[in-house]
Design a protein around this ligand. Structure first.
Ligand code: GCB
Length: 564
């Protein structure tokens, strides 16, 4: 499956816009609303029972197709629907998709009307259980986060809806189905290997990278070609050199039947000893754990918000972020390629609890991981896969659970390291499986509240212990303090802008004193909405920026600290 694009052999149209929404509250009260796509529906209306609704909802709309599309195969492509989607066209059930952050598509060709309306319906179901990724819907008495409204076991609002673009597109009977781009470096040459497969019948592809052109015969519906680019301009942080790639598909009569325009960056990643090397040079991660979250649209993809976020990350001299706690939109990864940011790309497996996982949980997790790697493989910005955030990895069965997932990553992608983000080190039972140790710790906040000096000492000894135990390079993927913008205090006290600034800057000093620490990611880039509970006031306030994307005090100091 390839992300849809408009080109000389494909048509593309958007189904974004205003749709109809029907909710059934308590199985009897039906509510009908207008709804925006893409967006979460939760914050569009004024009723709590709609905002916190977690049952099924029905999205629907009509659309017409141009006669120009007659004779083509027509597909519908959803970039993401959260959590479960069941799709119908003109009353025919096309199929289903589970997990909320990766794309899926269906062939509509047989069911489409040309001279009248087409009626599209999606039943969207956000019901999380022990078997879903992420999990929710159970109570672990030993765990503190049990009292959320709406009730979830993670710390962000369970937004629901058609969160990303919906496209209709056409292809001919034979078309390019998948393309994988690998890059390597040989002295000053860039070495690019392009693999692909096709559906239908075709005889050759023509591959063009600027003025370099080559033709490759198709065998067993696939092709593979390696091309050297002399004096290659490499892709790296802040040096987002991208090459255009054109692949044209021809039938046995020499007619062009499909085309694909891609771009790629030449770069090589290695984890060697304590270091994370990009193009042979050590990289240090400065940046954030983020969220897809914004007022009114919730988790809906929005180009303006995405660009503002990248401009702020550039302004503050960050060089990287983690897609906490799920795969982000394809538009965000495109921007990261173009701005030259390093991305740790994460599956939606947040807060796994192995007391409740089942065979089905692991199966869904594997599928979500496979879909993520498949989707993001060609993005140079993605430098590491994260299989999970903060699982209960102090539990004995964590290792057995993660083994097949690490194996799956290694099978699908030999070019990138794999990590898991843990809050249980040094008691983590599974960290030995991974290439990099990612740690979430909140000294000076959840532990040792208000005590910055003691927090520094705690972090120092923890880092030493973790490094001794696992012997892996370490990224602190979360640390920080809730901070209500506008609250000030001298001496610095929790929740004030001064406390956030002092704590973050002091903890960074500890991290930088350890040669095996290869990154500092603050939690969070911006404030974000959570479920309601007694430790959150209008959501999580650990943002360096407010939810509206304005800086708190710490932002100005980080900008200085992250220069160079
Ligand atoms: C964590 C979680 C993150 C929370 C954060 C917090 O460890 O990974 O989802 O939002 O802590 O602020 O408590």
């Amino acid at each position: 499956m390839l992300r849809p694009q408009q080109n000389s052999k494909r048509n593309l149209t958007s189904l974004n816009g205003v749709w109809d929404l029907e909710l059934l509250i308590n199985n009897d009260k039906s509510i009908n609303k207008k709804v925006a796509v893409p967006a979460s529906f939760n914050d569009l209306y004024t009723d709590d029972e709609i905002r916190t609704h977690s049952g099924k909802v029905l999205y629907s709309r009509k659309f017409r197709i141009s006669d120009d599309w007659k004779g083509k195969n027509i597909f519908i492509y959803f970039e993401a629907v959260s959590y479960h989607a069941s799709v119908y066209i003109n009353g025919h059930h096309l199929g289903e998709h589970e997990t909320g952050y990766t794309p899926f598509e269906f062939d509509l060709t047989k069911h489409i009307n040309f001279d009248s309306d087409n009626f599209l319906e999606i039943i969207v179901h956000h019901h999380l259980t022990a078997d879903t990724i992420p999990q929710s819907g159970f109570v672990d008495k030993e765990w503190i986060f049990n009292t959320h409204y709406p009730d979830v076991i993670f710390d962000f609002f369970p937004y629901t809806g058609i969160h990303r673009n919906v496209h209709l597109y056409t292809v001919n009977d034979s078309f390019l189905n998948n393309i994988k781009i690998d890059t390597d470096i040989n002295a000053t040459d860039g070495v690019v290997t392009i693999k692909g497969n096709i559906i239908g019948n075709a005889s050759k592809v023509k591959i063009s990278i600027n003025e370099i052109q080559t033709e490759v015969l198709i065998k067993d519906n696939s092709f593979c070609e390696t091309i050297s680019i002399p004096e290659a301009k490499l892709w790296n942080v802040g040096e987002p050199n991208l090459y255009p790639l054109k692949i044209e598909l021809f039938d046995s009569h020499g007619n062009k039947i499909d085309e694909r325009l891609e771009r790629f960056g030449i770069r090589k990643i290695e984890v060697r000893g304590n270091q994370f090397l990009i193009n042979g040079k050590p990289a240090y991660f400065k940046g954030f754990g983020k969220h897809e979250d914004f007022p009114i649209i919730g988790k809906g993809n929005n180009d303006a918000v995405n660009i503002r976020d990248f401009e702020l990350m550039k302004w503050i001299n960050a060089n990287s972020f983690r897609t906490a706690h799920y795969p982000y939109s394809e538009d965000i990864l495109d921007l990261a390629d173009e701005y030259g940011f390093l991305v740790i790309s994460e599956t939606p497996a947040v807060s796994l609890n192995f007391k409740f996982t089942t065979d089905k949980t692991l199966e869904v997790h594997k599928k979500a991981l496979g879909e993520l790697i498949e989707r993001d493989y060609n993005h140079p910005c993605v430098v590491m896969w994260s299989v999970a955030n903060e699982p209960q990895s102090q539990q004995k069965n964590a290792k057995a659970y993660f083994e097949p997932l690490v194996e799956q990553v290694k099978l699908m992608d030999q070019s990138r390291p794999v990590t898991m983000v843990s809050c249980f080190v040094p008691n983590d039972e599974s960290m030995h499986l991974f290439d990099v140790c990612c740690i979430n710790k909140y000294p000076g906040w959840y532990e040792l509240p208000g005590q910055i000096n003691a927090a520094k000492q705690r972090l120092d000894s923890l880092l030493e212990e973790v490094y001794q135990k696992y012997n892996l390079p370490i990224i602190i993927t979360e640390f920080g303090a809730d901070t209500y913008a506008g609250v000030h205090s001298l001496p610095a006290e929790m929740w004030s802008e001064e406390y956030q600034k002092d704590l973050i800057l002091e903890l960074i000093e500890v991290m930088r004193s350890k040669p095996y620490v290869i990154g500092e990611h603050i939690w969070n880039f911006a404030d974000f909405r959570t479920s309601q509970n007694h430790i959150r006031c209008n959501g999580n306030k650990k943002g360096v920026f407010t939810r509206e994307r304005q800086p708190k005090l710490v932002a100005h100091f980080l900008k200085e600290k992250w220069k160079n």
